[in-house]
Write a protein that binds this ligand. Sequence first.
Ligand code: HEC
Ligand code: HEC
Length: 255
Amino acid sequence: MNILSRPLLIAFAACVVLGGAAVAWERWSADRRDNEILSLLPDEVLKRPDLVKLAIAEAKPVYAARCASCHGTDLKGNVQTGAPNLSDSVWLYDTDSVTDIERTILYGIRSHQAKARNVTEMPAFGMRGLLSPGEIGDVVQYVLALSKRPNLAQAALSGRQIFLGKGNCYDCHGPDGLGSPDYGAPNLTVNVWDNGGDQSAIYHNIYYGLSHVCPAWYGVISLEKIRALAIYLHTVSHSAPASTSASVSYPAQSG
Ligand code: HEC
Ligand code: HEC
């Protein structure tokens, strides 16, 4: 070995050692932040912009691989699969927390997992003979009225009686149609339709019922990535504009 190449060799070795150390440091600090994402309470993570940034970066590829097929690559949902838009401010089960979203992702909806959200489903009113086609037609008009869309006023008035009476709709969707996160019954006043909002789709859903499944991801995706997904979805949806007013402007029935 000649004299000139020795310092070069030393410099090269130093570079290798330093480079390795930098990679190890990077990995160690990423692991540490991963652990922090899990060790904090889900909603506490939101107060740490560095962790939120990390969570979003981690969640995106997992979303693309596991969720996009049903919820859409743009998170906007898909009426064919009944998978809701996850980027807007309208939720079936969220009451404004990362914890709620995380729970849904962990255990799913009607997934047959013991802790799944599956209290109830949308009954098949026509198939089960609970309501006649005429009654369903009327209730469809009332559902349109609830979301302040053009409707046949007379039919909507009869539909309202069915909604609050024979149809039991109020039991899950609330007397004013605002929905219930306990049942995952959608808010019918905001004009957001997971399963299609034209008259024939609404009729079809009331006639045949609905019982959609979101898989449970516990044991499939790591806890840390599930937390990252929950933070990602909370961040995207809560930076969306607020949903439209949820008050119902339908005339009260007399008598
Ligand atoms: C096989 C299709 C399918 C896949 C895959 C899927 N979902 Fe779902 N998801 C659904 C359906 C359908 C619903 C609505 C169920 C209902 O109407 O009660 C839903 C609902 C949800 C909700 C509740 C939304 C709300 O409004 O409260 C969240 C959160 C959610 N999914 C997250 C995810 C995440 C995250 C993934 C990927 C890890 C995922 N889903 C993968 C079908 C799917
Ligand atoms: C036992 C509880 C329950 C009752 C009673 C009930 N619903 Fe539902 N409804 C649900 C649930 C849960 C969903 C969401 C189901 C899903 O997506 O899988 C739903 C979904 C819907 C949808 C679809 C909304 C959308 O976003 O596409 C409409 C419309 C609807 N219900 C109207 C009615 C009407 C009208 C009645 C009465 C005739 C009624 N529901 C009675 C629980 C109920």
